[in-house]
Design a protein around this ligand. Sequence first.
Ligand code: GLN
Ligand code: ZN
Length: 766
Amino acid sequence: MVSSSVLGFPRIGESANREVKKAVEAYWAGKISADDLTKAAADVKKASWESVKAHGVDYVPSGEFSLYDHVLDHSAAFNVIPKRYQGLGLSPLDVYFAMGRGRQSEGVDVPASEMKKWFDSNYHFVVPEFSDETDFKLNFNKAVEEFKEAQSHGINTRPVVLGPVSFLVLGKASKEAKPGFQPISLLPKLLPLYKTLLADLKAAGAEWVQVDEPVLVLDSAAGLEKEFTTAYTELSPVAPKILLTTYFSRLDSNLNYVAKLPVAGLHIDLDRAPGQLDEVLAAIKPTNVILSLGVVSGRNIWKTDFDVAIKLGQKAIDTLGTDRVIVATSSSLLHTPVTLASENKLTEAQKDWFAFALEKAAEVSTIASVLSGSQDPAVAAALEANKVSIAKRRDFEKNSDDTVRKRVASITPDQLERQSPFSVRKDIQAKHLNLPKFPTTTIGSFPQTKEIRQARAKLNKKEITEAEYEAFIKKEIESVVRFQERIGLDLLVHGEPERNDMVQYFGELLNGFVFTQNAWVQSYGSRYVRPPIIVSDVSRPGPITVKWSSYAQSLTKLPMKGMLTGPVTILNWSFPRADVSRELQSKQLALALRDEVIDLEKAGISAVQVDEPAIREGLPLRRADWDGYLKWAVDSFKLATAGVTDNLQTHSHFCYSDFDDIFPSIQRLDADVISIEASKADMKLLNTFKQYGYSNQIGPGVYDIHSPRVPGGQEIKDRLKSMLDILPDSLLFVNPDCGLKTRGWKETESSLVNLVEAAKWARQNY
Ligand code: GLN
Ligand code: ZN
């Protein structure tokens, strides 16, 4: 028999109600007790286990549930608790949350730990901190506790544990660590605790354990053969049967040693890397290893094409036999929303295209039944229904927008290039914009106040008219413009009050997107996002931002900077189509934005910023795939921004500054000005610019907007000074390091006043 499995489930609770998110936030606000929180979590876990089981899944996951982050759970369980969170007189639960989100209360003032993106997803994990002093202890055994919890509801689960090698490799050396310390050096110290953890699981009656080692899909795992061999040779004898679990990319040459590890099962991602199946089959054929096939995507929201999944499954069966094959989700379903059942606004035809977490649970079960040769009429019906749905979706795709397709097909190389090189444009723009030396500007948004959010909510509830809302937004824009004039900024922005979100706003005004009511996906902690879904060819029915930007420009003689979200960022922060490439979708978005940039110039705007904070995070996990991605990602930006005259000053913004390794691509964007996060980073990055002889203009953020702290005037001057030690003064813009939407007005005003003062000082001294 082929069995079915799910690797992990969303933790939010029932999607429309979001019980866990709400309970966690209520606990933080002191509105409910720790017991209430535990109870709320227990109810959600029980409901999830039961519904996954009810959808016919054989291996139901447990232990991957989390109140904040599963990596943080591991750190807390293994006592990997940085010194700054110890001895504060907090309960273990409060220490846990303090590590995740910082804490400021009753004399306690600790910042949050660093968060990092979980591989190439939009989920962020809390980075464990290790040093030689790390005092591993098994504070609690969450895997056993939740296994038993599920058991008490009559559900036999397959517990999930983050593997020891990934746990260490995903962490970093703490501040206290000796220079050159590598977390992986702690493996011998950590393994005995994993042995206890896994042995306890076995004693509790777990037959299998899913041990996640996602680092196995990274290039860097090539150097970890010894560590993996040691770890699994030690763990296997005491543990339940281990399903070594990889996801998000392919094993590649790491397969050479992975296939030899003494584990009972191996899970591979065939959604992201279907091409690896043959190699894996050949490698494990002579062993007894069971193969778990990740054929139902844990990363997108599209219905699985059963035909494709069944072919892959059959191939595996032909080599290994039915008893050695499991049908699974490609990764945890953490990255998908809970259920389509809570969507009431999508049309029936649209709903028929999608499968969210619960629907995916049903999918693995059906595919496994088909592969087992089930004669159940319900299975045959599900198979038939899938054929019909997939065919309908294909039909819809065929009717996609021919004009857009043709336009993409006829993109020419000269459309990617500005009329003149930057050296020529620079002087033209200097005259056109008439900016002083060290021009001051901001990244786009100004505080999104309660009033702004209320006005939007009222419009959505139809409590105010479109005209009333528009008048309100115009008033906001006017006050932001007057504010900037008053404090003396040089290149103004309109403040983005009309935007609910930098991606959703554009999605709503473009063709080709649909939006959900409850399709929440965890970003980090209690923060969830509802990504737009790209369902068909993207085009621009009409101008998007021109109205606001030109209104803002009409209020002032100073130059106004238009503000757009870039094609790659819109794509990366949406659920993309699965039927066409990301490249095609990105180019379609780029063409729509190109028209917008051209229209902005026509409307009298002389600078346009196209934000691309997601370019870097879209990088494929395997380096071999980087060039291909960077080619179309950079081309898309160029396509969006190069359709204008030399007069128009193009800006781009990235919220990060670690791009040493992709610098040539940043250079190739050929934006007239790029603004980056640099207030926290040392000057290493600016040296990279220097080393590459970067000659376009740069606005390295002079203060950190992620905290309410006001930077002093002297502090900003000092920062400018050290920047000017490296960069030529003619290239420098002066700006904060990101948008101000999450800030209050008070600190915004004080900070920007100091920023303007520092720029004036620089004009006198350089
Ligand atoms: N223009 C956007 C803003 O100022 C940029 C946001 C971002 O980079 N994440 O909010
Ligand atoms: Zn930013």
